[in-house]
Design a protein around this ligand. Structure first.
Ligand SMILES: N[C@@H](CCC(=O)N[C@@H](CS)C(=O)NCC(=O)O)C(=O)O
Length: 215
């Protein structure tokens, strides 16, 4: 009997601790999309290896490969997943509500994560404690904005009672916040949503500690 893995023609390049990878893993798990795993070890700089750069010139994870093509950028991949697998939606119905969710996503994906990325922290300083100070400053500043933005709309999730892209961005970012010792006390709304999301099976299955290579 062939194993499931050999039948899959959809590959996810990712790193267990990458918050952007977690967004995509969570969407794939939520939609029940099977994928083959290719771990790219960021600490060993595999994202800049000639092999990986030939596939994804951006030199970042995540990336997905299907039908002989490779695509990067987690939010673009989320949009493709939603368009091709509309069941168990991750965006609300009305265009204005979708715009609001996408705004939430970008506060994290464009406003926080890039500033605390490995390459940026290394460029800022070679000193680990200075890197951590830098990361925690930008995460705290960004989460304050995110808390203010979601508060009028939040219920069980960032946008009402349904899981959306915004939650897929939030929870991995909160995971990083905790790694960098950012207190969640000033952000009770997002902290509550984060705690709830962490009980969801697709969130658990896609969490860093449950990925190959996690330590
Ligand atoms: N905008 C990209 C950002 C991807 C990104 O920054 N990935 C990080 C991990 S979360 C990475 O590969 N970092 C490698 C590095 O900094 O060299 C996305 O959303 O996919």
């Amino acid at each position: 009997m062939t194993t499931l893995k050999t039948e899959i023609n959809f590959t996810l390049y990712h790193y267990w601790r990458s918050s952007c990878s977690w967004r995509v893993r969570w969407a794939l798990n939520h939609k029940g999309i099977a994928y083959a795993d290719r771990a790219i070890n960021l600490l060993q700089n595999e994202q800049n290896s000639p092999d990986f750069l030939a596939k994804n010139p951006g030199g970042y994870v995540p990336a997905v490969e299907f039908d002989g093509e490779v695509f990067g950028e987690s939010l673009a991949i989320l949009e493709w997943i939603e368009e091709t697998h509309p069941a168990s939606p991750l965006l609300p119905k009305s265009p204005a509500d979708r715009l609001r969710v996408r705004q939430m996503c970008h506060v994290i994906a464009s406003g926080i994560q890039p500033i605390q990325n490995l390459a940026v922290m290394r460029r800022h300083s070679s000193d680990a404690s200075e890197q951590a100070k830098w990361a925690s400053h930008w995460i705290a500043t960004g989460l304050e904005k995110f808390e203010a933005l979601i508060t009028p709309y939040a219920d069980q999730f960032c946008f009402g009672g349904a899981l959306s892209f915004a939650d897929l961005c939030l929870v991995p970012q909160v995971h990083n916040a905790i790694r960098f010792n950012v207190s969640l006390l000033p952000y009770p709304v997002l902290a509550r949503i984060n705690a709830h999301c962490l009980t969801l099976p697709a969130c658990i299955a896609s969490a860093p500690q449950n990925q190959p290579g996690a330590s």
